[in-house]
Design a protein around this ligand. Sequence first.
Ligand SMILES: C[S@@+](CC[C@H](N)C(=O)[O-])C[C@H]1O[C@@H](n2cnc3c(N)ncnc32)[C@H](O)[C@@H]1O
Length: 481
Amino acid sequence: MTFTFDPESADCSGALARLGAIGFTEAAVAERLGLEDLNDLQWKAAPIYRQARLAERDPLASAIDLFVLQGALEARELGRLFDPEAQGALVRAGLLARAGAQVRARASVYPVGSRLVVSDHAWVDGGAVPRDQVMYVGTDSRWLARATVRRPVAASLDLCCGSGIHALLAASHAGTATAVDINARAVACTAFNARALRLANLEALQGDLYAPVGDRRFGLITANPPFVPAPAQEVDYRDGGPSGEDVQRRIVEGLPRHLAPGGLAQIVTELGEREGEPLEDRLRLWLGGAPMDVHILRLRVHPAQVYAIGHAVGDDNAAFLASVGRWHANLQAQGYDRVVSVLLAFQWSDDPWTRVDEAVAPSRDAGAEVEALFSAERLARDPSLRDRLQRGRVVLAGPVALLEARALGMRVPPTTQARLAAQAMPVEHILAPLERDLLERLDPGASVADLLAAAASAGIPAQAVMDALVALVHKGLARPA
Ligand SMILES: C[S@@+](CC[C@H](N)C(=O)[O-])C[C@H]1O[C@@H](n2cnc3c(N)ncnc32)[C@H](O)[C@@H]1O
């Protein structure tokens, strides 16, 4: 029962507006299902959600059942959710289909923040995923949506757009939002969504990566490419060839030709990691020497064995184990010890830097936090920083949470981890003992002259104090007042 995304079909904007009016937002749906994050939704728990969270059939419960859990509604319940006009539009567009006395949705409606995105169902009945399946709004889709820096740009480009999620979001802060996908159904899905959301500044184009946009440059480029290092190409929206790099490498290679001066490219992906080969070396190679800052946010590390088991499929035990073997053998052939989920950012630079941060995956909008990391990097590199610090005061960049680990029975100093508190995407920093001591003195702020004097009386050289303060600024934990 696949859905034909037809941007020219009946206008579903009224029905989507009704979903907005009943509070069908990402936060409300997660809360109703008892989830901290909608990314924690599990298909296999659908009967439990229904029983425990959706027993009271108000319109929000009906919408969640129909459009999130792929359930069926009786006509009377549907009538409480949509008026006849909205129902008619959904049926004429083919999004709703009658099955006996019940109605089912042929595609899902994914709440992303307060936007709604229609795409194919996340859970496909039966065997293989159809080749032209449009990707559901997945964990990686939400991570990129949340981490995208939302500043006004003249033009944005979303490569590998799928449902169009990133272009649909960019359309609210870009003069024009262009979305490209090689899959004609994905292009139609994006156009369908743009129409249903009444976004007139979005163009959806079919083609291979940058091919449909010629030499145009963009102030924001987003991409969630197929990135899985797969032994065989089975799911087109997911698999990036045996290395996982077939598509993502070409996206990075094309950035120097398509990223506008002052622009930002943000990519969510997975990269296979080899011992002794930093990921940044590969990214620099793909950039071909273009002077760009490269920011790598490491979100999750999947050991090769875990990755193989997580991707294996099979109808019975023997088939499943054989599949595990194939996935693992492919990772070994690539030399990958592990696969890392990352958010990458690239921008033009006069003085290119590479920064690697360990972060907790974003739980809500975190674009401002990404920008703050860039500001911290720029500030720490500013040649005048030490002078400014020496003449003034330093304060915490925000409330800081400290986590201290001591190894009992070993003669090693305790390790302190610090992160800014109340962040959507907390970045974890290991602190040197002197950095930790200084950090404790920075609330509500301290004059650097006083810090230096106190350190001198404890026999700590001024140079070490200044280095530690610059390190705290670089980590984004402190800043000059
Ligand atoms: C992982 S899905 C991402 C979908 C969507 N952007 C999201 O974040 O949910 C990858 C998408 O890349 C598209 N794709 C694969 N190869 C491509 C290529 N060479 N050029 C353009 N799109 C491509 C697939 O059709 C699929 O829609």
